[in-house]
Design a protein around this ligand. Structure first.
Ligand code: SF4
Ligand code: SF4
Length: 341
């Protein structure tokens, strides 16, 4: 099951509490970027283009745990850069688990096998392995031969050691559906617990600007992919919420809620979201919530947001919508059950 029952119940309780408190804006998943440095240089990456002195920096364990406490989100995702390069990453994870948060550590898996001993299996802890395609397609996306095979071995080792593993796939223009299908089939065979998928965001700083999807192309690609899944009765267990998948197919229209997945990194709290890196920073979470001009962002309001459909802007909207009424909760339950059949 892509989202375990205990996690769904815990997040449901958190959302219900926010409703009772009549909060209009609240965080759901903290994006905690411990560093921007990486051992790969993917052409679609918008995180590794910082100058050398910034790439050398990382946040301290204390700062990471304070940020999570300050924000209060029940989930923490640790992207990067490559988090396994951080010298105290296991202490950050351990501290977040002690705070009773659900923690997802994203990794390209190159260092995973040799670092597995640092992490104890925990029902609240998940490795999310970056897999952008099957076989050579993945190697091409990350610009290094042999990466797919290394990631597969690392996934097998992590599952064998008792860890929960999911994958995350960023889709770009021209991605062959059959290649994606091969990837998802292979990952499910390996025993991963969920597939996370998102269209690539057109980072201004990414070297490859040609292959980002616009909204119409995103709708077409996801319609084709999900039609393929339905027609071939594929048992792909997506970690994304069913309503976000509808959004990607163009069946639902949402506005982004960037405060749902706020970002903390070496610069502080990034305004307004994980993706836009030139809009300023706040020193505290409270300052981020109070001083960010959220109304100036989102599709139709800001040209930088024109084609954005990424999970970090729209997944919190979809999750909150799914919990907004009893009818929608039943709809989500039915969608989840039919996807698992
Ligand atoms: S693995 Fe991730 S952080 Fe590293 S270069 Fe690729 S996209 Fe960027
Ligand atoms: S649409 Fe929202 S999530 Fe996407 S770039 Fe704009 S502010 Fe960020």
């Amino acid at each position: 099951m892509a989202v375990p029952t205990h996690q769904a119940i815990s997040i449901g309780k958190y959302l219900f509490k926010q409703k009772l408190l009549r909060r209009k804006r609240y965080p759901l998943n903290l994006m905690l970027e411990p560093l921007f440095r990486c051992n790969l240089a993917c052409p679609g990456c918008g995180k590794i283009q910082y100058p050398h002195d910034i790439l050398k920096k990382h946040i301290s364990v204390e700062d990471a745990l304070n940020a999570a406490n300050e924000c209060g989100a029940p989930m923490v995702t640790i992207p990067g850069g490559e988090p396994l390069i951080h010298p105290q990453i296991e202490q950050i994870v351990e501290g977040l688990l002690k705070q009773k948060r659900y923690v997802i550590l994203c990794t390209n898996a190159l260092l995973l096998e040799r670092n597995l001993h640092k992490f104890k299996p925990n029902k609240r802890f998940t490795f999310s392995v970056h897999m952008d395609g099957y076989g050579e397609h993945h190697d091409k996306c990350v610009d290094r031969e042999g990466t797919y095979e290394i990631a597969v071995r690392a996934i097998q080792a992590a599952i064998k050691a008792g860890h929960r593993v999911i994958t995350n796939t960023t889709v770009f223009e021209g991605h062959d559906i059959k290649n994606l299908a091969q990837l998802f089939d292979h990952m499910m065979e390996l025993g991963i617990e969920g597939l996370t998928i998102s269209p690539g965001f057109s980072y201004e700083k990414a070297p490859d600007q040609e292959h980002f999807l616009n909204r119409q192309k995103t709708h077409r690609l996801f319609q084709t992919l999900l039609d393929y899944k339905r027609q071939h009765n594929k048992k792909w267990d997506f970690s994304n919420s069913p309503f976000y998948m509808d959004f990607l197919e163009g069946k639902r229209d949402y506005e982004c809620t960037p405060w749902g997945m706020p970002t903390y990194n070496v610069f502080g709290w990034q305004k307004p979201c994980y993706l836009l890196t030139q809009e300023g920073y706040a020193k505290t979470f409270q300052e981020y919530m109070e001083s960010t001009k959220f109304e100036q962002y989102g599709t139709g309001r800001n040209e930088k947001c024109a084609n954005c459909m990424t999970h970090c802007g729209y997944e919190p909207t979809a999750v909150t919508d799914g919990m907004s009424s009893f009818g929608k909760m039943i709809e989500i339950g039915k969608a989840t059950a039919s996807a698992a059949r």
